[in-house]
Write a protein of this length. Structure first.
Length: 363
C-alpha cells in the first residue's frame, strides 16, 4: 500500500462512518470507538511503524496526512487519532525492545486504543509547570504516585504513555486503566473536544515493571529529543484538517454571498495559499524527523504558524457564514472551537513562542 491509497481509504471511512456522527461527537461527547478501531484496521495508525513492527512503514508525513483527512470532518476525532499515533511514535522510537514488542503492533493496528499523557512533561521541561508524577526505583521496576489533570483517548481498556520524575531525572513508561492503583475521574465539561475520552488521572503506588519502560532515566535526555519533533508535527495534521473544513465552509458561503464576502480579510484564496505553503514545509520537516535528523526550531515555528492559521481560517469561516455561523448547529461554530483547541493544546501558542525565543536567544 502506498500513501495515496491509504489516504483514499481513510477518506472513504471518514465519509461513511465518521461524518454521520460528528454532531454527536461534538454536542453529546460521543466517543467514536468503532471508527477508531476500523481506522486502525485499514492502516490509519500504521504509518509511524515499520512493517516489521506491525505497521506499513509509510512514515511520519503519511501519518500527518491521515490526521488531516480526519480533521477535515471532525477536529475532535483527529485529536483522538493523534493521541493514538503519538503513542505509537513513542514506541517506534524507544530503545527498549521489550516494551515495543509488547505493545506497538496492537496500537498500530487499532487492536488496542492508546493515549499520550505527556502534556505535563512537555510543559515541565519548558519551565512552565512542576512535574506532577513522581517515581521511585524498586525491585523489577518503579512505583509511581501523583495526578494529571487531563489525558485524552484513554479509558478502562486503553493504555497510554506517561513520564514520572525520579530525583533529577525522568522515566517514561506505558500504563493503563486496569493497572492497580490507577484511577480515572471525569473532567469538567469542555466547550469542544468532549468526545475524546479525556479524564483526570490519579496514581497511587502504581507499579511499572521494567518491561513497560519506554525510556529509563539514563536514556531519557536523548530519547525525548528523538520524539519531540514528531510529537509536534503530528499535531499539524489536526490543524490542517480544521483549516480544510473551514475553507469548505467559506467556499459554500461564497456561492450566494461572494460579492459582500469579498470585503472580508482572509478570503479563500489567501488562506489556501498559506495552507499549501505550510503543508509543503510540514512534509519536509516530517521526512527529516522520520529519518532521525529533526529540525526542532523550524518545527516549533511551523506549529505556531499552523495554530495561528487555524484560528484565522475558522474565524473567517464564521464571518463568511454570517448569522448562520452563529447558530450552535453551524459547522463554522464548531470549527471556531476546534481551532481554539489547536491553539491551546500542548504545546500552546504561548508555549511555542517561549521555546522559540529561548532557542534563538541561545544562538
Amino acid at each position: 500500500m502506498n500513501a495515496q491509497t491509504l489516504i483514499a481509504n481513510v477518506a472513504e471511512l471518514v465519509k461513511t462512518k465518521l461524518k454521520p456522527i460528528v454532531d454527536d461527537i461534538d454536542r453529546k461527547g460521543y466517543y467514536p470507538e468503532a471508527f477508531m478501531r476500523e481506522l486502525g484496521a485499514i492502516g490509519g495508525f500504521g504509518a509511524v511503524g515499520t512493517e516489521a513492527e506491525g505497521g506499513n512503514g509509510l512514515g511520519l508525513a503519511a501519518q500527518i496526512a491521515v490526521l488531516r483527512e480526519i480533521g477535515k470532518e471532525c477536529g475532535a476525532t483527529s485529536f483522538s487519532a493523534w493521541c493514538q499515533a503519538a503513542c505509537a511514535w513513542y514506541l517506534h522510537q524507544t530503545p527498549n525492545r521489550a516494551v515495543k514488542d509488547k505493545y506497538l503492533a496492537d496500537i498500530l493496528q487499532g487492536k488496542v486504543l492508546a493515549g499520550t499523557g505527556m502534556s505535563n512533561t512537555v510543559k515541565h521541561l519548558a519551565g512552565i509547570e512542576k512535574h506532577n508524577l513522581q517515581a521511585e526505583r524498586v525491585e523489577g521496576g518503579y512505583t509511581v504516585n501523583g495526578a494529571l489533570p487531563w489525558v485524552s483517548n484513554i479509558g478502562e481498556d486503553h493504555i497510554w504513555a506517561n513520564t514520572a520524575q525520579i530525583g533529577d531525572g525522568y522515566v517514561m513508561f506505558i500504563t493503563g486503566g486496569q493497572w492497580e492503583g490507577v484511577s480515572l475521574q471525569n473532567c469538567p465539561e469542555f466547550c469542544a473536544l468532549e468526545g475524546t475520552r479525556t479524564f483526570s488521572l490519579n496514581f497511587k503506588d502504581v507499579f511499572i515493571p521494567d518491561e513497560d519502560i519506554i525510556a529509563a532515566p539514563e536514556q531519557f535526555a536523548d530519547y525525548i529529543q528523538s520524539i519531540k519533533a514528531g510529537f509536534i508535527l503530528l499535531q499539524i495534521g489536526i490543524g490542517a484538517g480544521v483549516i480544510d473544513g473551514s475553507l469548505g465552509i467559506i467556499r459554500l458561503a461564497n456561492i450566494v454571498n461572494a460579492e459582500v464576502n469579498s470585503y472580508l480579510d482572509d478570503g479563500y484564496d489567501s488562506l489556501k495559499a498559506r495552507l499549501d505553503g505550510s503543508w509543503a514545509e510540514t512534509e519536509r520537516l516530517a521526512d527529516l524527523a522520520w529519518d532521525g535528523t529533526p529540525d526542532n526550531l523550524a518545527t516549533l515555528k511551523l506549529r505556531e504558524a499552523a495554530a495561528v492559521l487555524a484560528l484565522a481560517a475558522a474565524q473567517s469561516a464564521a464571518l463568511h457564514s454570517g448569522a448562520k455561523g452563529y447558530l450552535m448547529r453551524s459547522p463554522a461554530q464548531r470549527r471556531v472551537r476546534e481551532a481554539m483547541f489547536v491553539a491551546i493544546v500542548t504545546p500552546a501558542i504561548k508555549h511555542l513562542r517561549k521555546e522559540i525565543a529561548a532557542i534563538e536567544a541561545a544562538k
